[in-house]
Design a binder for this molecule. Sequence first.
Ligand SMILES: Cc1cc2nc3c(=O)[nH]c(=O)nc-3n(C[C@H](O)[C@H](O)[C@H](O)COP(=O)(O)O)c2cc1C
Length: 189
Amino acid sequence: MSTTRTVAVIVGSLRKESFNRKIAHALAAVAPSTLKFEIVEIGDLPFYNQDLEGGEITPPAAWTAFRKQVKAADAVLFVTPEYNRSVPAALKNAIDVGSRPYGQSAWSGKPCGVISSSIGAVGGFGANHHLRQSLVFLDMPVLQQPEAYIGAADKLFGADGKLNNEGTASFLKKYADAFAAWVETNAKG
Ligand SMILES: Cc1cc2nc3c(=O)[nH]c(=O)nc-3n(C[C@H](O)[C@H](O)[C@H](O)COP(=O)(O)O)c2cc1C
């Protein structure tokens, strides 16, 4: 019997009707049942500020809760838009918050995947690869193939918020299967 693996899903957009959030849900719906996806919200995390923790100082409760949620997961899936050819500030802040205090990073060693999506044709390639730069330093094994740059995101969903593009649906299935195998190979324990 396969082990159930929990996946912390980090959505880089804070927008209620975010296409990236919808993509995250669409992927979870077709993924193998061994993966349990939980979106970990990042919108209420105060900006990282080293003055707010260390020694006798109690860090913001939202940071502590976020770190705990990420640490509890077996793997991480980032689903993010591209902002000005890079990673949205909210996502970068979440990465920074999770990476501290020094030596206690919540990210360390967790297998992960990166899906980027935008309404443009390039599918968030810039954000995808800027994010990968941080993931190297955070020591997170990243799924390499298939790469996931999903363009024209505004054309993929119906009025009910459901994916209505067959090509994208079958790509997400392929991605989810590869991600499940990657997590199984790289998860600790
Ligand atoms: C501040 C900002 C910067 C953006 N920069 C880019 C960009 O560099 N490349 C791109 O393809 N789309 C860019 N967009 C458009 C996004 O692809 C679009 O807003 C998309 O819907 C964001 O994803 P979401 O639906 O998950 O919020 C930008 C949007 C915003 C708000």
